[in-house]
Design a protein around this ligand. Structure first.
Ligand code: ADP
Ligand code: MG
Length: 439
């Protein structure tokens, strides 16, 4: 039955729609009167109920002459990750709706967007808005950290809308461009033209509106643009790095209008999603990368998709320069210089103790212990000195990490080494070398 229903939907829905709504749904069981269908989020549930439920009833009737109506349950968070796997294999068949005059990036489409737990809801909302602009979620507001796909989704909405309606007027601007256009229009006495341009669109996409903070006049103008479009039932999509009410100096009336629609956050991708994104990019670039290497890269870069892409480019370039195949060890080499700046590693006291004890070939136990022989006391003092200099730990904390010594012992060690450094050349060299090893 489910396959029959899926075929029906396949015939009547667009490819992205089908992948988004149907592929993510799982039939759980069927009773005398109901079919229980599990969907990934409240937004999916709402969409099914409003748009697809009656078709289910009709199609089941056609199949079995029984009257069965669907009930939707939302999959619990933990199971989410697995089911998404299905959606990752969207094909690249969608036609490219790129048109020069709309300034949309032709790489940012629904086809190239990988769905994961952190962006599933945003993706679904984006699709609804692209297919039914101006009616359901207006404005649609995406918020979340940098490099998580807000701009990508925004462009995808624009492409999809143009695909469905090539005559639609789509305008994408950053909030700075909006502000500049507005200011220029005043200076050149072209306000009429500015208004015509912004108020005649079917879809207005304004990116990064946190930069409206502090721009009184621009906010005022945007308020009127918003009202004009909203009253005409034109779709508005906005993004920001935070919620509207957290944007400093954003006018109350804008905040309240933004709340009329739907706000969805995008959170950082989990490991599985990061691997899927890398795999998709690698395929698009026709790169041969073993699965464990993709996992390695995805494991190293864990916050942001833009950096993930940067890492892949870097690995690719490194492989080309070295004329080597892409392997995990090559990826490790390629990323080595990238990782410290990407992830400011906080040095721990234990890191320092490990490096110092190795350098002087004494045991960690001795380094932290109470032995008073010179060959141990000096390394111990050096380790204390470096712990004070290179970490943010307090003196008592450092003392505690050295077998429970008093903070005055740490001060003493610090001052002694600091003083010795002014005339002991060998000591200076040793410490430089230890610092290098710590990097
Ligand atoms: P933001 O606007 O949130 O700072 P972007 O939309 O510019 O982030 O995304 C940064 C980069 O990561 C872009 O190249 C984009 O294509 C890519 N990206 C983000 N999310 C995804 C995703 N889910 N699937 C594939 N690529 C993604
Ligand atoms: Mg962006």
């Amino acid at each position: 039955l489910w396959n029959f229903l899926k075929e029906k939907f396949k015939d009547s829905l667009s490819k992205v729609s089908y992948d988004t709504w149907i592929e993510s749904a799982v039939p759980i069981r069927i009773t005398e009167n109901n079919i229980i269908i599990e969907v990934p989020s409240s937004l999916h549930k709402e969409y099914w109920e409003n748009n697809l439920a009656t078709r289910i009833v009709e199609n089941i009737y056609e199949y079995s002459s029984r009257e069965i109506s669907p009930l939707f349950v939302i999959k619990n968070e933990n199971e989410n990750a697995n089911a998404n796997g299905k959606q990752k294999s969207q094909s690249l068949t969608q036609k490219n709706a790129f048109r020069k005059d709309v300034l949309l990036n032709d790489k940012y489409t629904f086809d190239t967007f990988v769905i994961g737990k952190g962006n599933q809801m945003a993706h679904a909302a984006a699709l609804v808005v692209a297919e039914e602009p101006g009616t359901i979620y207006n404005p649609l507001f995406f918020y979340g950290g940098v490099g998580l796909g807000k701009t990508h989704l925004m462009h995808a909405i624009g492409h999809q809308m143009l695909l469905l309606n090539p005559d639609a007027k789509v305008k994408y601007v950053s909030s700075e461009t909006f502000a500049n256009d507005f200011i220029n229009s005043i200076q050149n006495k072209m306000q009429e033209k500015f208004r015509n341009e912004y108020r005649s669109v079917d879809l207005l996409l304004v990116d990064d509106i946190q930069f409206f903070a502090d721009k009184e006049g621009t906010q005022e103008e945007f308020f009127h643009t918003f009202n004009a479009l909203y009253d005409d039932r034109k779709q508005i999509v906005l993004t920001s790095d935070r919620l509207p009410n957290e944007i400093p100096k954003l006018q109350e009336r804008l905040i309240s209008r933004f709340a009329w629609g739907l706000s969805v956050d995008i959170t950082p991708p989990d490991l599985e999603t990061r691997i899927a994104i890398l795999r998709k990019k690698a395929n698009a670039e026709r790169l041969e990368i073993p699965g464990d290497t993709l996992s390695y890269i995805a494991g190293q870069i864990d916050s942001n998709i833009r950096e993930l892409e940067g890492a892949l480019v870097r690995v690719q370039a490194y492989a080309a320069i070295e004329s080597r195949d892409i392997t995990t060890s090559l990826a490790a080499d390629a990323l080595k210089s990238m990782l410290p700046s990407n992830k400011p590693t906080t040095l721990s006291i234990l890191d320092i103790q490990n490096v110092v004890s190795k350098y002087y070939q004494i045991s960690l136990v001795d380094l932290k212990g109470k032995k008073r022989v010179k060959s141990i006391v000096l390394p111990r003092q050096i380790a204390m000195f470096l712990s004070r200099e290179l970490t943010a730990n307090s003196l008592p904390k450092i003392g505690a990490e050295f077998g429970g010594k008093d903070h005055t012992t740490v001060i003493h060690a610090y001052e002694k080494i600091n003083h010795a450094l002014t005339n002991d050349h060998q000591l200076k060299q040793d410490i430089e070398e230890i610092k290098n090893k710590l990097k």
